[in-house]
Design a binder for this molecule. Structure first.
Ligand code: ZN
Length: 234
């Protein structure tokens, strides 16, 4: 199985830019109504663990939270590779650098171009890790924060977001050369606040097989992934 975890991938933009590869046999919006806040680490931890982790993960120190293997759906797979997944194998230093550049931008000490350059560099590195891992493990989960990171400073800049969604669509197109089950999932969507972007509830999921989900909760995928893992292994 392959899971493409795409931070802030928004269903409205997938439709707007007509991303044909992102829209697989079954796709739609996720239900995030059980969460008070849309915090990235909380949502990914909740996805991995199949339960709402909002209360267990305080804001203070949230990026350092690590889910224990036994509590995640990883235990349903014999081998797995998790690339840059928040709350599990997050590339802490890369993301700390991004948060620092974001802060510098708002203090007028770093231009948006410098921030974007590092975001895209990190993306290319994770993309390489992801394609290197494909076909070598029962589960490969790759996390890509391009839509979130670029979106926070430029969600209102159509040309930039179009480039981001095109890149993510191409990434999926390449992934689809595999015959594996592919789940694409975002933690939340995004809305424009002037030129900037903020999290909103329009999360997205997409599967290359129809299982008839209807606005699924992000915590409900745990059970579907368990079923897929058991089918693949038997
Ligand atoms: Zn996020």
């Amino acid at each position: 199985m392959i899971i493409l975890a795409m931070d802030a991938l928004d269903i409205n933009l997938v439709e707007k830019f007509n991303c044909e590869s992102l829209k697989q046999d079954e796709y739609g919006q996720t239900d995030l109504s059980e969460f008070d806040q849309l915090r990235t680490v909380v949502l990914w931890a909740s996805f991995l663990m199949g339960k709402n982790m909002e209360k267990e993960i305080p804001v203070e120190g949230q990026w350092k939270f690590t889910a224990s293997f036994d509590e995640t759906f990883l235990k349903f797979f014999e081998t797995y590779e998790m690339i840059d997944v928040p709350s599990f194998s997050f590339k802490q230093e890369d993301h700390a650098e991004i948060r620092k550049l974001l802060k510098s931008y708002f203090e007028n000490q770093a231009p948006v171009e410098e921030y974007d350059t590092v975001v895209w560099r990190n993306h290319e590195e994770s993309k390489k890790d992801f394609f290197d891992a494909l076909g070598k493990f029962d589960l490969v989960m790759g996390y890509f924060d391009l839509a979130d990171a670029v979106g926070h400073l430029s969600f209102g800049v159509d040309k930039k977001m179009h480039r981001v969604y095109h890149e993510l669509d191409e990434l999926v197109k390449e992934t689809k050369k595999s015959n594996d089950v592919i789940l694409i999932i975002s933690d939340h969507g995004m809305k424009a606040v002037g030129r900037y972007g903020d999290h909103r509830r329009n999360g997205f999921y997409s599967l290359n097989q129809r299982i008839g989900l209807d606005k699924p909760r992000i915590t409900s995928f745990y059970f579907n992934i368990e079923r897929i893992a058991k089918n693949e292994c038997s």
